[in-house]
Write a protein that binds this ligand. Sequence first.
Ligand code: SF4
Length: 93
Amino acid sequence: MAKTKKPKTKKPKTKKPKTKKPVLNRISRLGMIPKEFKNHYRRAWNHRGGKDAIYAFCLECMKFDKIKIKLCKNTACPLYEYKMDALPKICQK
Ligand code: SF4
């Protein structure tokens, strides 16, 4: 008795459910930032402070520790050369 081949049936493709990452808007993000640094973020968001944007990025990199930013020796970081100019005058001393 000859075996009959079953026709190959394609499994229906199931779409993976897209997982949406939570989008942090500026207001909720400001809630996570320590009070003393909020103005740097506001100035950066309002296109009034390129230095503030760099400083804000460094703050997040060093988990809001100002002293660690000053001591940072990561010369591979693209912001390293601009970091000292971006620090507020009080931190530069
Ligand atoms: S310069 Fe240093 S502190 Fe600033 S983002 Fe780069 S690694 Fe972080």
